[in-house]
Design a protein around this ligand. Structure first.
Ligand SMILES: [Zn+2]
Length: 217
């Protein structure tokens, strides 16, 4: 059974140090005193928390960078293909739209959602969450926002898409000349900054900060 680690911990002080391992479900008491140290699962070695003093600065900056790269990724040509004297370039939206043109409407919608809409929404969520936590604003949106972010993390496939595109390029390069466009590099940068932002957003520190704000008078 998946541990309820994306839930705010119960209010008791003893329970606040307990975190469930995402890999093996072991409940581990990590302790708040190691605020600048990483804590690993004693059973499987999975990174449970990696809190740093500026926890919300790094994910905020990375998410902001990811959003800028996302804008670039949809604004410029993604790929240029030339074969037999014919040349064609397409944007990311056009590439996804061509799936719909060939009758794969469901695949097109899913691709758009998983490789662009969900990751971008998550980055907006990280920016909003970090701003609220840095400003120490006890907004009612804090808990649903943090819960949604950690749950959506399993549904973002930006990295899978980026790897898939690179593999396809290598395979297609024997049939046609393929030139990655500005948007391609922007999307790779988006994927990297997205992954780093979600890695640097420490679950335990987020929930402790949310708890602290909710408990404040
Ligand atoms: Zn474990």
């Amino acid at each position: 059974m998946q541990p309820a680690i994306d839930q705010p911990p119960p209010d008791s002080a003893a329970a606040q140090d307990i975190v469930g391992c995402l890999e093996c479900d072991l409940l581990v008491r990590v302790g708040l005193q190691r605020a600048s140290h990483a804590a690993y699962c004693p059973r499987c070695g999975y990174l449970l928390t990696d809190a740093t003093d500026d926890t919300f600065v790094q994910p905020f900056a990375l998410a902001l960078a990811a959003l800028i790269f996302a804008v670039l990724a949809v604004s410029f040509p993604f790929l240029a293909v030339s074969a037999a004297g014919l040349e064609n370039s397409m944007t990311l939206f056009a590439a996804i739209g061509s799936l719909a043109r060939f009758g794969a409407d469901g695949v097109a919608v899913a691709t758009l959602a998983f490789v662009l809409l969900i990751p971008v929404a998550m980055m907006l969520g990280v920016v909003a969450l970090c701003l609220l936590l840095r400003a120490e604003r006890a907004s009612p949106a804090l808990v649903p926002l943090a819960r949604l972010l950690f749950r959506l993390n399993a549904w973002s496939m930006a990295d899978v898409f980026a790897i898939g595109v690179i593999v396809s390029l290598v395979k297609l390069s024997s049939m046609a000349e393929i030139v990655p466009g500005t948007a391609f590099w922007a999307y790779i940068a988006f994927t990297v900054t997205f992954l780093l932002a979600m890695t640097r957003l420490d679950r335990l520190t987020v929930w402790h900060a949310v708890d602290r704000l909710r408990a404040a008078p």
